[in-house]
Design a protein around this ligand. Structure first.
Ligand code: NBG
Length: 825
């Protein structure tokens, strides 16, 4: 079929006028939903809106693909097991630049525009920061017009929905696909087989010894594509998620022998691979299905890249020139061995050439230093599921260790440390080592983290290949986290910066610095914040029945619940203030509402106990007539992208209080700051750079540095002494143990208090006093409205560095060496 450019630009499927949008909407409602406006449900109306927008994306997407192809452009493949995308509709309207027109069109059709926007269920295909980062990066890649494909897994069930029952977290499964996903396009014919289990065999092929993998099971990966449009440009990139299906002609053998039900069972088994997202911070790891998921999506993605390369270049010799593949943490690191397998076994390449291509294709981003989060797989399990890959990893390791031996003569201790196989407790594959050996670049996600990567977990590798190591500080997209979440702030910024250029170039916000003494700006600034707080308070009241006073300071900690992030340090501060007020009811402190939000991994007992503690403290304090609302505690259930967008604009104070050295970067810290919250935080992750940018006077720093913390632990840290010697700390802990927050049950929170007093692995006790003292200063500062507003403006004005556009530009310049390819309409 010949494709002709449409001549009539006001075609209802692609036209951008209000009239075209209206017509398209009514058509989509009728022809895709089979509804007339009178009988349509809100969901029908949402679907029609989504299809109307999607049509316009498709037009841009097809053109973009053609432009990239014609340019023969070098392409970034982002390999990530997680994408936490958030709702698409509003974001796409903004990136298309038709928000106002769509709103007017909606009005003329008498639609409940806000209600329709609210209806969208977000794809929760990620746990937290790592998955959200991937989503911000997809937005920035398209905005910067970089040819890119995001590869991942189309989980049928994303991150669980969180409910709070009796103060405890309850997990509810997230069947996000059930109402239908209007954004994706299924490609049933674009499928790749993925082998699992079985054994390998050697055979001769024209005198060459080759290996064949005879699997137990083959699963097909089917592509589901979503267009990701950039802001203010016509580039739309591809997000391709793989769904596991049984091969089309599944298990004929069982079928022929009459075991029809057995065959169907095998089909169901194959399809479980992409069934559910796993938590990334559960203490016990090593789940077989998780390894299968990782291999499944990596294999499909690499086969897809190979297919694209063969179609255009005819050979794989220059695969690494055409593509660069970013490993988002170690989850996709099995790609190093899989690409070797594809090149050697399937495409009959020699080892040396295949290795040259492989190690020039991948780059690896490390996202954590926590020992329990560093992935390893037992050699037994790995070999059972991926026998051929294990052989390849052994061979990579053999050759690599010989290289280490010739470089560091006689240093067998070093060889053992660098080996891809850890022999200390049973034999385990070290995925970070595999990723490092198989990549041309390795980076951390904030300056401090990247230094720690070089001096701790990958120290030996840094010594061997210093030129491989980089830093790329994380960023977040100002489209979603300012324009979509906080439209009032966005309008104010545009008015005071003289244009909306800041949306695509966040450094433009520096313009505001000239106006920090303008009383008009101060007034508007406070109104924007006050409005967001009222809106949030109303919403929270409707959701939870907890009433909070929008006049109080909103002190917010929103992130995954984890001991290293120290939500319990925050809780101890609340109890301290409560006790002070009880002892001295006349004490004059500014009213504060403490808001917590975040999910705990379903199997992480201590994190779930922390949620219970927070809710229990709230129950007591919120009802204490003596406190009379001066302190309030609220837990916002089900923290996800959609809810986060309501919360960031309303925050006055952002809690970034992880133990120094533990938070690789953090990205919530950036989102709060961009919305005018001030930070109380430790010198950890990107906090360090945020403080550098906004100025130390505009940031409430406290706590041990990473070196101090490490030294203290090395010298024998004794949290019990801190407990005994600090009366306020002691009485806060004792109050928990007294049963006040647990209806007299003195045992409920014991695991938590015992851990604090006796082990305290994250040094809550050591940082308690500096934290509480700094919080007192925060209270005073909040009273000085002028000054607080000025600090808030400066925080926003100086956020340029933390746009994910800057992060992506850094990746392009320092690591990927790719150029923009603008798509035209
Ligand atoms: C997380 C870190 C965060 C960081 C995000 C994105 C993992 C393994 N790591 O500090 O804990 O901001 O990655 O880089 O989820």
């Amino acid at each position: 079929m010949k494709s002709e450019a449409p001549v009539e630009r006001e075609h209802t499927r692609i036209g951008m006028s209000k009239q075209a949008l209206k017509q398209a909407y009514v058509d989509n409602l009728f022809y895709l939903q089979g509804r007339s406006p009178e009988v349509a449900t809100l969901h029908d109306l949402y679907m029609a809106a989504a299809y109307t927008v999607r049509d316009r994306l498709l037009d841009r997407w097809v053109r973009t693909a053609r432009t990239y192809k014609d340019a023969g452009a070098r392409t970034v493949c982002y390999l990530s097991a997680e994408y936490l995308l958030g709702p698409h509709l509003v974001n796409n309207l903004i990136n298309l630049g038709i928000m106002d027109k769509a709103r007017k069109a909606g009005k003329e059709l008498s639609l409940d525009f806000e209600g329709i926007m609210e209806t969208e269920e977000e794809p929760g295909l990620g746990n937290g920061g790592l998955g959200r980062l991937a989503a911000c990066f997809m937005d920035s890649l398209a905005t910067l017009q970089i040819p890119a494909i995001g590869y991942g897994i189309r989980y049928e069930y994303g991150i669980f929905d969180q409910r709070i029952e009796n103060g405890w977290q309850v997990e509810v499964s997230d069947a996000w696909l059930r109402p239908g996903n209007p954004w994706e396009i299924a490609r049933p014919k674009l499928r790749f087989p993925v082998k699992l289990g079985g054994h390998t065999e050697q055979y001769h092929d024209n005198g060459n010894l080759r290996v064949r993998w005879v699997p137990d099971l083959v699963v097909d990966g089917v592509a589901y594509d979503t267009a990701i449009l950039g802001y203010g440009v016509n580039n739309a990139n591809l997000l391709r998620l793989w769904s596991a299906h049984a091969p089309e002609s599944f298990d004929f053998q069982s079928f022929n022998t009459g075991d029809y039900y057995g065959a169907v069972h095998a089909k169901v088994q194959a399809e479980t691979i992409s069934k559910v997202l796993y938590p990334n911070d559960e203490p016990e790891a090593g789940k077989e299905l998780r390894l299968e998921q990782q291999y499944f999506f990596v294999s499909c993605s690499l086969q897809d890249m190979v297919r694209l390369q063969l179609a255009t270049a005819g050979s794989l010799d220059k695969l690494h020139e055409k593509f660069t593949a970013q490993l988002n943490d170690t989850h996709p690191s099995v790609a190093v061995a899989e690409l070797m397998r594809l090149l050697i076994d399937e495409h009959k390449m020699g080892w040396d050439q295949a290795w040259e291509i492989t190690r020039n294709t991948f780059a690896y981003t490390n996202h954590t230093l926590l020992p329990e989060a560093l992935e390893t797989w037992s050699v037994g399990l790995f070999g059972r599921i991926l026998p051929r890959l294990l052989e390849i990893i052994y061979e990579i390791n053999r050759r690599f260790l010989d290289q280490v031996r010739t470089r560091f003569l006689g240093d067998e201790a070093r060889v053992a440390r660098m080996s891809l196989i850890d022999e200390t407790y049973g034999r385990r594959l070290r995925m970070a080592n595999l990723a490092t050996v198989g990549s041309y670049a390795v980076n951390g996600v904030a300056a401090m983290h990247s230094e720690l990567v070089k001096s701790t977990i990958l120290e030996d590798f840094y010594e061997l290949w210093p030129e491989k190591f980089h830093n790329v500080t994380n960023g977040v997209t100002p489209r979603r986290f300012i324009v979509v979440s906080n439209p009032r702030l966005a309008r104010l910024l545009t008015a005071h910066c003289g244009s909306d250029q800041w949306i695509g170039d966040l450094a433009c916000l520096r313009e505001l610095e000239k106006q920090t003494n303008d009383p008009g700006l101060h007034q508007e600034w406070r109104e924007v914040k006050a409005h967001a707080k009222r809106a949030f308070a109303n919403w929270l009241g409707r959701q939870t029945g907890i009433t909070i006073d929008p006049e109080a300071m909103f002190d917010v900690q929103a992130k995954r619940i984890h001991e290293y992030k120290r939500q319990h340090l925050n809780a101890l501060h609340i109890i301290t203030l409560y006790q002070r007020l009880k002892q001295n009811p006349g004490l004059d402190i500014p009213p504060r509402t403490f808001i917590f939000a975040g999910k705990a991994a379903p199997g992480y007992f201590m994190a779930k106990l922390i949620i219970k503690l927070i809710n229990s403290i709230g129950e007591v304090i919120n009802q204490d007539p003596q406190i009379n609302g001066t302190l309030r505690v609220a837990f916002m259930p089900d923290f996800n992208v959609k809810n986060a967008q309501r919360l960031y604009p309303a925050a006055d104070l952002s809690e970034q209080i992880s133990m120094a050295g533990k938070e690789a970067s953090g990205t919530g810290n950036m989102k709060f700051s961009m919305n005018g919250a001030l930070t109380i935080g430790t010198l950890d992750g990107a906090n360090v750079e945020i403080r550098e940018e906004v100025g130390e006077d505009n940031f409430f720093l406290f706590g041990l540095t990473a070196e101090q913390a490490q030294r203290m632990q090395a010298e024998g840290y004794r949290p019990r002494d801190l407990y005994k010697d600090n009366p306020e700390l002691k009485s806060a802990i004792d109050l928990i143990d007294s049963g006040l927050f647990s209806h007299g049950d003195t045992e409920l929170f014991r695991p938590l208090t015992e851990s604090l007093v006796h082990q305290d692995p994250f040094m809550v006790m050591a940082d308690y006093q500096p934290y509480v003292s700094r919080q007192t200063e925060v209270g005073h500062a909040y009273r000085d409205l002028e000054h607080w507003t000025r600090m808030s403006i400066l925080n926003v004005a100086r956020m340029g560095k933390f746009s994910s556009d800057r992060s992506i530009q850094d990746y392009c310049d320092r690591i990927w060496k790719v150029q923009p390819v603008p798509a035209q309409m």
